[in-house]
Design a protein around this ligand. Structure first.
Ligand code: ATP
Ligand code: MG
Length: 517
């Protein structure tokens, strides 16, 4: 055993928010130098709060923090940075119109004659990028690069400021599986360079893959810290939830009805002039789940957004229950009977300053029982909210709480609860379990299957192939903006076989696909 001191020791941390909510209850959290330490727990368990305290964003109500055995007082991120602590949040804090190099040095710019030394900024970025294997183009502007690259910029920024301890709060929630692997390679390189990484995730497979030790929180308390190699995913899940979790899906035999959604020859061209959707055609029938598999970025996001009315198709058509919604607004699409769980729920799904109860009825507040005549019915609105909070295990002291005060995963659950309770004909679910904990994922699977059993047509888009395989009655594969296969006999399919279609190694003929519309 080494006698090297712990790099971080948070002892008996208590955090009570001004509204009285106790988010951390005598939490002790210890990190060894150069380890990759995963922090897991259900939505609302208190993980982000604990990390915000370490980064100086929140003040602990009680408790002490030691860095290498030295007692420290971290009263702001400024102090945290000076002490070698960096944090990458889920919502990035970059300036979109600046270049990557400008963002990396922002706030601590190399100067030349009193102004930003652009050449130096580019050289610094290039050097850091090379040393840590975080590939970026220093001269690209941030708004022109994908989310995986933006995350690398955030990490580079922290490293430029001298971070020795890097906190990553759900870094993979926004990444494709491919980008996740790139991030993991970078994390390993950081550790080889002497850094220490604290990593929050709900994906236990990732926790097993990347971490040396894992700390589990439940209900504001620290349950335990263990060597990752000594526990299975199931054991971690049990420590988190306090019970057995089964991510299995039980589906009664398919009772397929009429086509509810009909998409024909749909084409979409992006603002940048790129042909993103190329003659996409398929149906979703009442009582089935059609899953769309594909490497992210092959048009799935745009397909969903065109159907939901958030983007305009250039040609082709979309019928919902026989009604043409090709050029309808999001509101009209809802009226026609669709519910939509958007991929990016925190920007498109919730109003942060409105209450939970308000968010749960925004799409239907003018309808009975929430409004009668011209009068809002507060009692019905409150009852509706309380029922959904209970059903979806949204961790909140009251339905009158502003959504912005919920934990990240609980914000997501508000959107899920609203859309799943909308009694739609068509349910569009984009990345439905992203950012939610394993217990909630199990519940969402149940809800999607229940909707299907009740005759709802469910269109599922997910980057998680095992999720698509477990839930779908039929699976379509998207590659480069086209559907390259539709499988109706899913029980006989392997992930490997679908993988060939996702990568473009195999594809069905147009006739074969049309036969499976
Ligand atoms: N500013 C705030 N004011 C009041 N309560 C808050 C505030 N921020 C967080 N909370 C509450 O503190 C608790 C812990 O939240 P926290 O964000 O730490 O959870 P988490 O473990 O990160 O969850 P998730 O996995 O959903 O991100 C939650 O009940 C949340 O509603
Ligand atoms: Mg969180």
């Amino acid at each position: 055993m080494s006698t090297e001191p712990l790099i971080v020791a948070m002892r008996q941390i208590v955090k009570v928010y001004p509204n009285g909510l106790r988010a951390n209850d005598h939490v002790t959290f210890e990190v060894r130098p150069r380890e990759i330490h995963a922090l897991v727990g259900e939505n609302g368990a208190g993980k982000s709060t604990l990390m915000k305290i370490l980064y100086g964003l929140e003040k602990p109500t009680a408790g002490a923090i030691y860095l290498r055995d030295q007692l420290v007082h971290i009263d702001s991120p400024h102090t945290a940075i000076a002490l070698g602590i960096g944090m990458v949040h889920q919502n990035f804090m970059l300036v979109p119109s600046f270049t990557i190099a400008e963002n990396v040095v922002l706030g601590a710019e190399p100067l030349r004659g009193g102004v930003l030394d652009r050449k130096a900024a580019i050289a610094i970025t290039r050097e850091l990028s090379r040393r840590y294997g975080l590939e970026v183009d220093p001269e690209a502007t941030v708004d022109a690069v994908p989310v995986g690259v933006r995350q690398r910029v955030e990490i580079l920024k922290a490293l430029y400021r001298g971070a020795e301890i890097l906190i990553l709060d759900e870094p993979t929630a926004v990444l494709t599986p491919q980008e996740t692997q790139e991030l993991f390679a970078a994390i390993r390189q950081l550790v080889d360079n002497g850094k220490t990484v604290i990593f929050i995730s709900h994906k236990l497979r990732e926790v097993k893959e990347i971490s040396d030790r894992v700390s589990v929180m439940r209900n504001a308390r620290m349950v335990d810290t263990v060597e990752t190699a000594s526990v299975s995913e199931e054991q971690i899940a049990r420590m988190m939830v306090g019970r057995e979790v089964f991510l299995q899906v039980h589906k009664p035999p398919l009772q397929r009805g009429e086509p509810v959604l009909q998409v024909r020859d749909l084409e979409y061209v992006s603002d940048a002039g790129v042909e993103v959707l190329k003659r996409v055609s398929f149906n979703v029938y009442a009582g089935e789940i059609l899953g769309i598999a594909g490497v992210e970025g092959n048009g799935q996001t745009e397909l969903v957004e065109v159907i939901a009315g958030l983007r305009r198709a250039v040609s082709g058509c979309v019928l919902l229950g026989g009604v043409d919604i090709t050029r309808a607004s999001p509101r009209q699409v809802r009226r026609a009977g669709a519910a939509h769980i958007p991929e990016d729920r925190l920007t498109n799904g919730v109003a942060l300053s409105a209450t939970i109860a308000e968010n749960l009825i925004v799409d239907r507040f003018e309808q009975p029982p929430f409004t009668r005549g011209l009068l809002m019915q507060p009692r019905h609105i409150a009852q509706h909210a309380e029922r959904l909070i209970e059903q979806f295990a949204i961790r909140a002291p009251s339905a009158e709480l502003q959504v912005g005060m919920l934990s990240g995963g609980n914000m997501q659950k508000v959107v899920l609860a609203r859309e799943l309770s909308a009694r739609p004909k068509l349910l569009i679910a984009a990345q439905p379990t992203r950012g939610v904990d394993i217990g909630a994922s199990e519940f969402i699977y149940d809800q999607l299957v229940r909707a299907r059993n009740d005759g709802v047509a469910v269109l599922l888009v997910s980057a998680d192939l095992s999720e698509v395989m477990a839930l779908s009655d039929r699976i379509a594969v998207m590659k480069d903006g086209r559907l390259t296969a539709i499988f109706s006999n899913t029980p006989h399919l392997s992930e490997e076989e679908i993988g060939y279609y996702m990568l473009g190694v195999k594809h069905m003929s147009a006739e074969e696909i049309a036969a499976n519309w």
